[in-house]
Every structure is written in C-alpha cells, then in structure tokens.
Design a protein around this ligand. Structure first.
Ligand code: CAA
Ligand code: NAD
Length: 285
C-alpha cells in the first residue's frame, strides 16, 4: 500500500513540525486539533517555521505556499477516513492517547497504519487498544522536526514486518534517517537524554552551577548546540515532567525521577518557550 494522505493528531510543538515535513515531502496532510483556536495556533507555528526557511533562502515563497496548501485542519475524526497513515502527536498522556485511538479506529480503512510520536510510553500498550495492533508502530520524531534528521521507528512484538518496513520507507521519503528501535520506554535517545536533562536540574539544585553556566559549559565543553536548560525550555517543561513520570514508573531508578524544581516550575505555569517563560524568559519585551 502506498501512502498518499497522512493524518496528524495534535498540532502542538511536534504535530506542527510533523505536518510541515509531511506536506513538504508532497503528502496531503489532515491535522486534527481539539479546537479551532488551537488549530490556528498550530498553523501559525508551521507558517513561522516555513518563513524561517524562506528567510534563509532554503525555500521559495511559492514553495512555502504549496506546502501550506497541502495542510488542512479538521475537527472531526471521521474526516481522517481516507488517511493511509495517522501519526499521533497529542499530549503525553496514556488515557488521552488510548481514547483517541479507540475513537479513530471506527473511521479508518482496514489498510491504514497508525503511529505514535510518544516520547516515553511503550507503543504496545497503545497498539493493543487501537483495534489494529499489527498495523501500529512508533514514529518518534525529534524537536524541531524540520531540522532533526532522526526518526525512531518502533517495532512491537505484534507489529507486522511489512508495516515496520513501510514506516522506515515513509521516514526516508521525508528525507530523514530511520533507526529501528525496540519498544522500551524512551526507545534509544530518551533513554539516554532524559536522565541527562533531569540531572542538569539536580546539579543546579545542588549548587554545581547557575543555569546559564551549566548551559554554557555543555555548549563550550561538549559542543552541544543547546545547553540542557535551553533544551528543556525547547522541549517544554510540562512534556518533560510527563516523560519523567512515565519513565520513572517504568524503570524505578532515581535518574528518571522528576526533580522537585521541575514540578514546581510546571505548577507555576512556567512551561518553557511555549508559555513565554521556563528556566529562561522569552518575553519579547
Ligand atoms: N522550527 C522551530 N524552531 C526552529 C526551527 C524550526 N524549523 N529551526 C530553528 N529553530 C529555532 C531554534 O530553537 C532557535 O529559536 P529562536 O530563533 O527563537 O531563538 C532558532 O530557531 C535558531 O535557529 P537557527 O537555525 O539560527 O539555529 P541553529 O542553526 O543554531 O539550530 C537547532 C537550531 C537546530 C534547533 C539547534 O539549536 C539544535 O540542534 N538544538 C538541539 C535540538 C535537540 O536536541 N533536539 C532534540 C530534543 S529531544 C526530543 O525531541 C525527543 C523527545 O521526545 C523530547
Ligand atoms: P504540545 O503540548 O505542544 O502539543 C500537544 C497538542 O495535542 C496540543 O496542541 C493539544 O491541544 C493537542 N491535543 C490534546 N488532545 C488531543 C486530541 N484528543 N486530539 C487532537 N489533539 C489533541 O506537546 P508536544 O511537545 O507537541 O508533544 C506531543 C507528543 O510528542 C507527546 O507524546 C510528546 O511526548 C511527543 N514528543 C515531544 C517532543 C518535544 O520535544 N516536545 C519530542 C518528541 C516527541
């Protein structure tokens, strides 16, 4: 089965980027958000990202318009009935994800493939509620999606090999590099990256260094493009907290436990770039 129409659930930080790269690769993309306002906000995010590329001379204004023309917002799940692949990128919450997969299953054609962009939930527990576990894989994109080459393709014990191969081919059609992963919480990158990001917060709480100095040290000392606190603000502190809770529940090791400061920041509404303030302030003024 060749993939022509792609559905994307969620148009937040990741759903917007996934919709953008699928449309840029020539796919017809339907995006489903939970309100018109959130769809418009996500569409604006896509437009801003494309405009960045126009500004850098990487994209012509006409191509930008063509990409945007292939992305359409829908509210009803039934509108996704013609999709060959649906990629879920909604909030990192298992109940919300399960609920949307159960509702979606009654609308999709039998050949449709389902994928989750989850950072830390295991794919199997989502696949088994989808009504089509053999046609369910993980497609874990990285933030910002238009810039990061890797997509982790997650095979479960029940994924069909044909669907896994289709997932690998789809990733290559986006101009990205697939890496096949086992279905363990965090797959490859987050299994290593989440403890690093959480340890940066713990190091700061222990007085090892200021937020700015820890970022500067990792950039200058290890050549990282972003220090850990800049990265945490970029990922989103709410999403990071959801991920840490899920991974700590899975592995029961301190290195995955959310530090008290992270919880306090989320409780205080300081979610990072997405809220205008996290470990740094992004208030334009
Ligand atoms: N969409 C959104 N933001 C973009 C973007 C795009 N297409 N391209 C660049 N950016 C952002 C940068 O964050 C930065 O934001 P501001 O302008 O508002 O400060 C700006 O645009 C800089 O753009 P540049 O292209 O000038 O910056 P750069 O060339 O130095 O590279 C970068 C930007 C590619 C994001 C680079 O900083 C980088 O690689 N950072 C590390 C990203 C990373 O580690 N991602 C993985 C996160 S973990 C994850 O995704 C898994 C999970 O499950 C949580
Ligand atoms: P986000 O908070 O920016 O966006 C989530 C979006 O999902 C919101 O716009 C919300 O309105 C929408 N949503 C919630 N329930 C929905 C539903 N039932 N139907 C449609 N839309 C719904 O979160 P995000 O950072 O984009 O993360 C989304 C997923 O991607 C999570 O599973 C996360 O773990 C994963 N992920 C995040 C990153 C990252 O760096 N933020 C990287 C890789 C993977």
């Amino acid at each position: 089965m060749d993939i022509q129409q792609v559905g994307v659930l969620g148009c937040g930080l990741m759903g917007a980027g996934i919709a953008e790269v699928c449309a840029a690769a020539g796919y017809d993309v339907l995006v489903r958000e939970v309100s018109d306002e959130l769809w418009e906000r996500g569409r604006a995010r896509i437009e801003k990202s494309l405009e960045k590329q126009v500004g850098k001379g990487l994209l012509s204004p006409n191509d930008k318009a063509s990409v945007l023309g292939r992305i359409h917002g829908v509210m009803e799940l039934g509108k996704l009935e013609g999709c060959d692949l649906v990629i879920e990128a909604i909030v990192e919450n298992i109940d919300d994800k399960r609920q949307v997969f159960v509702a979606l299953n009654e609308h999709l054609k039998s050949s449709a493939i389902l994928a989750s962009n989850t950072s830390s939930l295991t794919i199997t527990q989502l696949a088994m509620t989808s009504g089509r576990p053999d046609r369910f894989i993980g497609l874990h994109f990285f933030n910002p999606v238009p810039r990061m080459q890797l997509v982790e393709v997650v095979r479960t014990l029940v994924s069909s090999s044909e669907v896994v191969e289709q997932g690998m081919e789809f990733v290559r059609s986006l101009g990205k590099e697939p890496v096949e992963c086992r279905d363990n919480s965090g797959f490859i990158v987050n299994r290593l990256l989440v403890p690093y990001m959480l340890d940066a917060i713990r190091a700061h709480e222990e007085g090892v260094g200021s937020i700015e100095d820890i970022d500067k040290a990792m950039q200058l000392g290890c050549g990282y493009p972003m220090g850990p606190f800049t990265l945490l603000d970029f990922v989103g502190l709410d999403t990071t907290l959801y991920i840490a809770d899920i991974m700590f529940d899975e592995y029961r090791e301190k290195r995955f436990a959310p530090p008290p400061l992270l919880k306090q920041m989320v409780q205080a509404g300081r979610l990072g770039r997405k809220s205008g303030r996290g470990f740094y302030s992004y208030d334009k003024k």
